[in-house]
Design a protein. Structure first.
Length: 604
């Protein structure tokens, strides 16, 4: 389930960065045939791999534990292969082009994205269908193949609920008659604020929707359920309901907790774990879930998703600037060929996908593993001994076919968890020590998030980088077009922003050497020679000459203001007043500035 969160994010990104060519190269028949052939190829390969795994077990090459390990690894690898086949459908077979031909799909992004994600889910269903015989060898389930597929579907689809709601909200906003709201949502601050508001609402009300989708029912009518409710009451733990979780027909041995507040908090147990564990062990598992609530792990997951958005917006902008101003990428970006544009965005997406993988698999995975350990230790503290949770973990490992020694990216292995719990006998302060480790790690993460945000979003670094890259790009273009005064003017603007006034003056001199009557260059150079903070660059007398030439060519309020400033700096106050009054009479904007200039000149 956790792997599929990453997979769905990658699939949606792959689809969203595609820009189909409206003059498509292939027919609908070609698209459908290639889609079908690629699925046959994918299904054939999956069938071959699962049959090979089944034969290995039947021939005694692998035992059940090793088979379980290989089964999970193979499902993960085939899921990644499904992403590749999905990418082929998007970029080679023009999936997005044909989807957006459906009326309403182009404007309402949720419809098109849902259609695309459905194709990927179909690939996943193919994997589940072909994986069932190997699953039976490992777990000996009592349910049918179709129940297995349906259970996988029902377990994983809720991952998409937040995305569906987010997309629906953003589609409604984009189609709304209030452009101000749409513009705000498209800013970095707007995206972060709207995400926080929506995710908070979802965390409160989404659990009920998911539980209904799963078909969960109250656990009140079972003896163990009543004893667990009594245990919760004794511990003063607030929750909404204790539920039976029928996922995989109740045969999956697991428990869970959903909801960030007591009023909207639900605790889930499957039939299998209720039947296998004793009431004491179930209380240990329940205390573990209470630990997740005690330490606000679900709220912290919101923090990680917000952090992902913040970091991605910051880093992706920087990366985009770095690649986009490369000459090769510039030509691709300005190309009318959709294939070149798609290739550009594919190249851009590679580090994005790597970042997604690293962020969720390693950074968030690090915290998830330690959150589980934190909950284990909390259970040991609540129960007064680690034995109930240790015993439950050992039974789950034995009956579910999982090996004790295989960790996942979001859980330590059973052996690692048990060994760590046994340390509590010799280290009474282990819970406190581990809590300190988790909170210090969180503070470091939050500190890095704040520092990066301040450094990249609230410091001039990003804009300076952008202008530097623009300057380098223009300089390269000038090598091929050394007499292009428009390019020189753009470069001068870049140097002005970067406070490189000496370089800016040199650029204006080059422009005037090529075109002596370039009015904007005359005016801008005159202003720079008057106002430069570097006294070595100032030259008031030459500025006056240049300003007069500029006004002679183009008599507008901005040029007259420059001439007035030059007159004022050269001691010609009356002439300065006369020119600034004319500037005020011609001005259509910035009148307050020109009036302040007049007051400055008159005050001398």
């Amino acid at each position: 389930m956790f792997n599929n969160i990453i997979y769905f994010i990658i699939v949606l990104l792959t689809y969203s960065i595609n820009f189909p060519d409206n003059t498509h190269r292939h027919s609908l028949a070609f698209f459908l045939i290639m889609l079908l052939l690629s699925w046959f190829l994918f299904a054939g390969y999956c069938s071959f791999r699962f049959r090979s795994l089944q034969k290995s077990f039947n021939h005694g090459t692998v035992n059940k534990d090793l088979l379980a390990v290989r089964y999970r690894k193979l499902v993960s690898r085939l899921s990644l292969l499904a992403i590749i086949f999905f990418g082929l459908a998007v970029y080679l077979f023009d999936l997005k082009y044909w989807v957006e031909l459906i009326p309403g799909f182009e404007r309402f992004s949720l419809l098109g994205d849902s259609c695309a994600i459905s194709l990927f889910i179909f690939y996943l269903i193919t994997i589940w269908y072909l994986a069932y015989p190997v699953y039976c060898l490992i777990f000996q389930p009592l349910f049918t193949k179709w129940s297995y597929i349906l259970s996988n579907f029902r377990l994983n689809i809720p991952i998409l609920f937040p995305w569906i709601i987010f997309s629906l909200v953003y589609d409604v906003i984009s189609l709304s008659p209030w452009p101000g709201l749409n513009n705000f949502v498209n800013t970095i601050q707007g995206q972060i604020i709207s995400f926080i508001c929506l995710i908070t609402i979802l965390m409160l009300f989404l659990p009920k929707l998911i539980l209904s989708f799963w078909g969960c029912k109250p656990l009140d009518n079972q003896e163990k359920g009543r004893q667990l409710k009594t245990f919760l009451k004794e511990k003063g733990f607030k929750y909404r309901q204790l539920l039976l979780w029928p996922i995989f027909e109740g045969e999956m041995m697991t428990a869970g907790i959903m909801g960030i507040t007591g009023r909207y908090r639900y605790i889930l147990f499957t039939n299998s774990i209720l039947n296998i564990l004793s009431i004491r062990e179930l209380k240990g598992v329940l205390a573990h879930e209470m630990g997740h609530a005690r330490y606000r792990h679900q709220l912290l997951f919101i923090l990680f998703f917000i952090g992902f958005i913040v970091l991605s917006l910051e880093l992706f902008d920087l990366y985009f600037y770095l690649i986009f101003f490369n000459p090769l990428f510039i030509s691709m970006g300005y190309s009318n060929d959709s294939q070149s544009l798609n290739l550009l965005y594919l190249l851009f997406s590679v580090p994005v996908l790597i970042f997604i993988f690293i962020y969720f698999r390693y950074l968030m995975g690090f915290f998830m593993r330690n959150f589980e350990r934190q909950a284990d230790l909390y259970s040991a503290a609540v129960m007064g001994t680690p034995e109930p949770v240790i015993s439950s973990l050992e039974k789950i490992a034995f009956y579910s076919g999982k090996t004790r020694d295989v960790p996942s990216w979001h859980h330590f292995s059973i052996r690692q968890r048990v060994d760590f719990l046994r340390r509590t006998a010799n280290e009474p302060k282990l819970l406190k020590k581990h809590n300190c480790f988790v909170w210090k790690s969180l503070l470091i993460y939050i500190g890095c998030l704040i520092i990066s945000g301040c450094f990249l979003d609230f410091s001039p670094m990003k804009e300076n980088l952008l202008y530097s890259l623009v300057g380098k790009t223009i300089s390269r273009q000038l090598i091929n077009d050394p007499e292009n005064t428009d390019l020189y003017m753009d470069l001068a603007i870049v140097y002005n922003y970067l406070d490189k006034h000496k370089d800016e003056i040199e650029i204006y001199e080059k422009i005037l050497a090529l075109k002596p009557d370039h009015a904007d260059a005359l005016n801008n150079l005159a202003w720079l020679l008057i106002t430069s903070p570097d006294k070595k660059l100032k030259n008031e007398k030459r500025a006056l000459v240049l300003a007069k030439r500029a006004v002679a060519i183009k008599r507008n309020s901005m040029f007259l203001d420059t001439l007035a400033e030059a007159c004022f700096e050269n001691g010609l106050t009356d002439e300065a007043i006369r020119n600034i009054k004319e500037a005020i009479s011609l001005a259509t904007d910035n009148r307050d500035y020109y009036i302040n200039q007049l007051q400055k000149f008159q005050s001398r």
